[in-house]
Unconditional design. Structure first.
Length: 171
């Protein structure tokens, strides 16, 4: 009976800790997404990011109300100028994002890599959004992550998104 209980507990623990690992093909980037996240189709990406240069990869929850977009963009970012690049992002976001409210704007160190960290809320067409944007140089390109959730859902998923953020690995 004790062995059966231990086995059931082990299965429950494994199941609750499960998360999917995603990567950028040939990009040397991996991270763990929260449990239940799946890759968005190209059609879903086009609907969710209707601009000229949408992210190459997006994963999200079943309802797609919380997503993680990630991509290696061709622009090179000088690692020794992240403060200046951060200021440029701040100015761009300020001009382009309706209802922007800054939560945090800084350069952080994560896994021995310097990252621009921008956290903000904003207005979207149908709801308010909470974003955490990370940017760093990688392989002579700009690696960008955008952890995005509806503002009402964010408190429920925040811990899992921050856990996912900390799981990012570069090779």
């Amino acid at each position: 009976m004790k062995a059966m209980l231990a086995f059931a507990l082990a299965l429950f623990t494994l199941g609750s800790a499960y998360c999917a690992q995603f990567s950028i093909p040939d990009g040397g980037v991996t991270f763990d997404a929260p449990d239940g996240f799946t890759q968005l189709t190209s059609e879903e990406i086009a609907r969710k990011f209707p601009r000229s240069s949408p992210p190459g990869f997006v994963v999200g929850n079943e309802r797609r109300t919380t997503t993680i977009a990630f991509d290696l963009k061709p622009q090179s970012i000088p690692g020794d100028k992240l403060g200046e690049v951060k200021s440029s992002f701040e100015q761009l976001f300020q001009r382009m994002i309706p209802g922007l409210v800054w939560k945090e704007r800084k350069v952080i160190s994560m896994q021995d890599q310097q990252w621009i960290y921008l956290e903000l809320t904003s207005h979207a067409v149908d709801t308010d959004i909470h974003n955490i944007v990370l940017v760093t140089p990688h392989k002579d390109k700009a690696l960008i992550f955008n952890f995005n959730s509806t503002k009402s859902e964010f408190p429920k998923v925040e811990a899992k998104l921050r856990e996912s953020l900390r799981s990012i690995r570069l090779k």
